[in-house]
Ligand binder design. Structure first.
Ligand SMILES: Cc1cc2nc3c(=O)[nH]c(=O)nc-3n(C[C@H](O)[C@H](O)[C@H](O)COP(=O)(O)O)c2cc1C
Length: 157
């Protein structure tokens, strides 16, 4: 990627979310910023996930995901979801099983539980497009985004 393209990509702004999924008894959560609403009716959300992620296989097998909108004050929560051990990611925080089976974090602005309707592979990330089947809004706060975070995600590996 040339330097100007890289600089422009690095200046695009995104939310910073926690993406969770469950396949049978296996749960996981990862940080995701390449996420967007792509339709209002039906309500569709897209997440772009690299095939190297442990979550990728769980998304393919389960057909569901939950996207969590974090508050700006929750930046410290990201460290927890960076680690390799799914059990530690969910230890000592409040969560419950959603209608899709995905873990739903209780302390966040809100969550969007989705059933995957379409999977596209336009480049080095897989686009999982999910229809929102359940949602919770826990209260108005300023959402966490890449402007609050040093080191943006450029998606090269
Ligand atoms: C701010 C930030 C945003 C990220 N966004 C994405 C993303 O949209 N898609 C992706 O595949 N990885 C993204 N990552 C990288 C994953 O969170 C990281 O590889 C994680 O360890 C994957 O977890 P897993 O292997 O347990 O699924 C991001 C990382 C950070 C720090």
């Amino acid at each position: 990627m040339n330097k100007q393209l890289q600089a422009n990509m690095a200046h695009m702004t995104y939310g910073i979310y926690v993406l969770t999924t469950r396949y049978e008894t296996i749960i996981n959560g990862m940080i995701a910023s390449w996420a967007s609403q792509v339709s209002h009716d039906p309500p569709l959300i897209m997440v772009a996930v690299h095939p190297n992620r442990y979550s990728h296989g769980l998304l393919e097998k389960s057909g569901h995901f939950a996207l969590h909108i974090l508050a700006r004050e929750q930046k410290d929560l990201l460290a927890r979801f960076k680690g390799p051990d799914p059990e530690l990611k969910f230890a000592a925080i409040a969560w419950h099983d959603g209608v899709t089976g995905c873990p739903i974090l209780q302390d966040c602005i809100g969550s969007l539980e989705c059933r995957i309707r379409q999977t596209l592979i336009p480049g080095n990330h897989t686009l999982f497009i999910g229809e929102v089947v359940e949602t919770a809004f826990n209260g108005q706060q300023t959402p966490l985004c890449t402007l609050d975070y040093q080191g943006c995600y450029i998606g090269d590996k």
